[in-house]
Design a protein around this ligand. Sequence first.
Ligand SMILES: [Mg+2]
Length: 362
Amino acid sequence: MKVTTDNGIVGIGEAGLHGVTEAAEAAVRTFGRYLVGKDPLQIEHHFQFMYRFSLFRGAAVGGAISALDIALWDIAGKHFEAPAYQLMGGKVRDKARVYMHVGGDSVEDLYASAKAAAAEGFTAVRFTPFVETDDQQYYNMRYSAMLSEAVSRVAAVREAVGNDVDLCVEIHRRLGIPEAIQLGREIAEFRPFFYEDPTTPDSNESMAEIARNIPIPIATGERLHTMWEFRELLQQRACSYIRPDVCLAGGLTHSKKIAAVAESFNVGVIPHHNPLTPISTAACIQIDACIPNFVLQEYTGEDKPPKSEMVKEPLRLEKGYLEIPDRPGIGVEINDEFFATHEYSPRPINTPLREDGSVADR
Ligand SMILES: [Mg+2]
């Protein structure tokens, strides 16, 4: 998404709405009507204006405000000829450590994928200990079989990468409270760096109950939109790391505040990376650069085709760290040719069902 100023500066941003993306696009157009003719450098004012205008909020509105906010910071950076992080207090680190997605349906494939990532120089890998598919059979496994398969996958990844690579175990909200507690205890011996979204994040109290009963750290927060939601999550001691999504939780303006709320709890930030493109990566890196409590950045290989082709010059990755660019704004430019030759395809609606026909979470 682009915002153009009357003197020709183009700012880019992206909305992180994994579900109904069309709704975020519509909200961008609505807010666009407000922004026309305004001073793009009054970023905080525009954030407040858009956030408080519509009374009702949620992912579509949050995604749209985030996209526009990122674009305004990109414009401000280009106007002042400085990276966005420079305008937010300056950088506190020279590069950002990332964790790479690995996976495979079989344990062997998962093992090989993790080993390859370690050989490439990544110092942290993320995987789910369940087969990621809409295939019903995986949602119908019996309790003991499901947990033992999950434990064997975590064991395989630890064996593949040794102790010099951290394990990020993503549960994708798949477990109930007793299941999440049991699995958390069983995989503790493999020392996961974090245990992500062990259950649905609808209730902080449920997440806190799991956190109290397992000896490994929980990371959560990718669906939250505001610093007030994060504050309540932290007040309930429901996690050890928070995962705001820069493209959903209010762009750079609000994500920086969310990080400060976490800092006051001595909690680290592991930014979620929802659209998984080099544009959202670049937005995340601006925050990673300037917050003291940054821990790890989610990454899925945006430096390689086809994703790298979305921008003219993707951020460079070296030995598991992303560069913090010194280019103005958010540091990347959209490659128009890529978007002219790739069509938008709506996300299929395919929520998995259990064997009795009831709907499983994902
Ligand atoms: Mg996640």
